[in-house]
Design a protein around this ligand. Structure first.
Ligand SMILES: [Zn+2]
Length: 153
């Protein structure tokens, strides 16, 4: 996993495994806040999940408010399966799978969790337009499963 420090956030990319050293990220919180961009995360293994949960617990204990941005689908699956991975973090945007019936294109599209909150809590996928042909795209997972991480605080 690589960590790229940008103004106001850390951009993580690659695989989260036992070498990811997630705990060290908390020391880079500023004013009790830390924003992580997870758009480049491609893989997480069981040891990575264990360290992720430890990081969330430590953030809660230290009073660090974690914001998760552009959360990749592989992380969304973990947030849905293992409640402890959610901690007290706030997800402000995440990727979700869509497919176009007209041209067959499948794409992971960014969902604004704040702007789309009313739809998401009602388990309604935000409408998306196919970047290839302009047709409306269909959500390509089960909304009650994929959005469940948003329904419990
Ligand atoms: Zn299309």
């Amino acid at each position: 996993m690589t960590v790229d420090a940008r103004p106001g956030e850390l951009v993580l990319a690659g695989a989260i495994d036992e070498t990811a050293a997630l705990m060290t990220l908390l020391s880079r919180a500023q004013g009790g806040r830390l924003a992580l961009d997870l758009g480049g995360i491609t893989f997480i293994n069981s040891l990575g999940v264990r360290d992720w949960i430890r990081m969330q617990s430590a953030a809660t204990q230290q009073g660090v408010k974690l914001e998760l941005r552009r959360v990749a689908e592989v992380i969304v699956h973990q947030l849905n399966m293992i409640i402890a991975t959610r901690g007290n973090a706030k997800v402000t945007s995440f990727f979700a799978p869509y497919a176009c019936d007209a041209c067959g294109r499948e794409e992971s599209l960014l969902v604004d969790a704040i702007a789309s909150a009313p739809q998401l809590t009602a388990l309604q996928p935000p409408p998306m337009t196919c970047p290839e042909c302009g047709a409306p795209m269909a959500f390509n997972d089960f909304p009650e499963r994929y959005f469940s991480f948003l329904t419990q605080a």
